[in-house]
Write a protein that binds this ligand. Structure first.
Ligand SMILES: NC(=O)c1ccc[n+]([C@@H]2O[C@H](COP(=O)([O-])OP(=O)(O)OC[C@H]3O[C@@H](n4cnc5c(N)ncnc54)[C@H](O)[C@@H]3O)[C@@H](O)[C@H]2O)c1
Ligand SMILES: O=C(O)[C@H](O)CO
Length: 386
């Protein structure tokens, strides 16, 4: 039998029972649920990653919906438990949902929500921060200062790479990849090369217009190119940032052979998912190429790093914080709660999950719709006309 899990209860007499597997930032998401007759149970267990057994205990015999986290394994076992408890809604508090078996959710008629849009700029800003930190060796220099090793200015001290005029490569030019590309092109006047399965038309128009603006002001215009293969990006770019979803097609997308295609002094950034890079191959590449640098927010076996990575001076590592701004995390909590609430209430699905601003406006009631349900078509759920 599963062990009881520690919880905090809001609105005990609410008609619908909603469980959140973690406390989440802000209070708006809590208020929105309790105003709509939900009894909310928030798991306050100290353990960071809940097991399937812990979550089964949280679901119990009656549960209308669950808000969960990307660290949890949402597969057949949990969706069948949720369905047996009468639940028909689950939402990840994340845009990525590689931890969710959507086919299993479909089988049990459970809607799967995610939280796009609200984290686009925040995540892109972290990718840009890692790019700058790697190019200018900020972490190494900071450690050097704190170790009391600075004894005066020297011509060769922590010489790094200038970004202006270099080429930024983006793999996966969706919401976050495009936002990152715009930051690097506009902020640092870098040229763009990108690879995606689809054409990033708005991004291309942006770079063209910015290039024209620079030219009209007597400056070197920036350029863009849509690469016909990922290898072309790896060979040509000076800074490469990875932003695809994680699925079978992107697992170990960057492997030993592909690392070897990159420039010896290139910078590789990963704010997507750890398994997009073969991390063992990356450690070997970092050892063999001291001028090659990486900035990693995500890891293949999170929360662990592959042996040797933590010792590499040419690697900057941060603990999956790319979406960690207050506004974004509170917004993610709101969108996840509204996905679950909307499904419980039988609301239709918002027609454009990239346009979620109306749900985030604290001064008005959110629309009566689920902001983003990834399997709405498979479940035949109606689309909102709002
Ligand atoms: N580190 C973090 O905290 C953090 C935060 C937010 C998102 N993410 C990750 O970033 C991912 C992207 O988020 P998004 O909102 O930009 O999603 P998105 O769907 O807008 O963009 C993903 C892009 O990847 C492209 N793509 C898919 N398969 C590809 C392939 N094989 N090769 C090249 N491109 C491919 C898609 O066509 C799409 O344009 C999420 O799925 C999530 O895993 C991580
Ligand atoms: O997919 C996501 O949303 C992130 O990894 C957490 O912000």
């Amino acid at each position: 039998m599963a062990k009881p899990v520690q919880i905090e209860v809001w609105n005990p007499n609410g008609k619908y029972r909603v469980v959140s597997t973690k406390p989440m930032p802000g209070t708006r998401w809590i208020n929105l649920l309790i105003q709509q007759d939900c009894r909310l149970e928030i798991c306050t267990e100290k353990k960071t990653i809940l097991s399937v057994e812990d979550i089964i205990a949280l679901i119990g015999d009656k549960c209308d919906g669950v808000i969960g986290q990307l660290t949890e394994d949402w597969g057949e076992t949990l969706f069948s438990a949720l369905s047996r408890a009468g639940g028909k809604a689950f939402s990840n508090m994340a845009v990525g949902y590689n931890n969710v078996d959507v086919n299993a959710a479909n089988k049990y008629g459970v809607a799967v929500g995610n939280t796009p849009g609200v984290l686009t700029e925040t995540t892109a800003e972290l990718a840009a921060s890692l790019s700058l930190a790697a190019a200018r060796r900020i972490v190494e220099a900071d450690e050097f200062m704190r170790a009391g090793l600075y004894d005066g200015w020297l011509p060769h001290l922590f010489v790094g790479n200038l970004l202006k005029g270099q080429t930024v490569g983006v793999i996966g030019a969706g919401r976050i990849g495009s936002a990152y590309a715009r930051m690097m092109v506009e902020g640092f006047k870098m040229n763009l090369i990108y690879y995606d399965l689809y054409q990033a038309t708005r991004l291309e128009k942006f770079v063209t217009a910015y290039g024209q603006f620079l030219k009209a002001n007597g400056e070197q215009p920036v350029t863009w190119k849509r690469a016909s293969s990922m290898d072309e990006v790896l060979q040509q770019a000076d800074v490469i940032s990875l932003h695809p979803i994680l699925d079978k097609t992107t697992y170990h997308l960057v492997n030993k052979e592909r690392l070897a295609l990159m420039k010896k002094e290139a910078i590789l950034i990963n704010c997507s998912r750890g398994p997009v890079i073969d991390e063992v191959a990356l450690v070997e590449h970092l050892k063999a190429n001291p001028m090659f640098r990486v900035g990693l927010d995500v890891f293949e076996d999170e929360p662990y790093m592959k042996p040797g990575l933590a010792d590499m001076k040419n690697a900057i590592v941060v603990p999956h914080i790319a979406s960690a701004s207050k506004w974004t995390r509170e917004g993610m909590a709101t969108l996840a709660a509204l996905n679950v609430l909307g499904r419980i209430k039988g609301y239709p699905i918002w027609s454009d999950p990239n346009r979620v601003d109306l749900f985030l406006n604290e001064n008005s009631q959110p629309p009566a719709a689920c902001p983003s349900i990834v399997n709405s078509k498979a479940l035949g759920l109606p689309v909102s006309k709002l």
